[in-house]
Unconditional design. Structure first.
Length: 95
């Protein structure tokens, strides 16, 4: 099978799926999430949102945000790859 040309490879790349938040706990473990499907391109980083505002950019090698979330605040996480930023996770309210 011949190698794909660059144009075809770019067409097959899609934005990553949304991560799923596993914990949002201000006291115990901070914020953590699952690794989403990357859809044809390596994940480059995650974006962490607090109440809809970008709070941090985290390396794709991590699946946690080390600062304790604010109790009662809503958090979302998105993954980014070469195709762009994917959908945000469902919001989780920190406890």
């Amino acid at each position: 099978m011949p190698p794909m040309n660059n144009r075809l490879m770019r067409m097959q790349r899609r934005r990553p799926d949304a991560p799923r938040i596993l914990t949002a706990n201000a006291v115990l473990s901070g914020l953590s999430w699952s690794v989403p499907a990357s859809n044809g391109a390596r994940l480059t980083f995650y974006r962490v949102y607090e109440n809809g505002t970008l709070k941090a950019t985290v390396s794709a090698s991590l699946t946690a945000y080390p600062v304790a979330p604010t109790a009662g605040a809503g958090y979302e996480v998105s993954a980014t790859n070469a195709a762009d930023e994917g959908r945000k996770s469902k919001a989780a309210v920190a406890t």
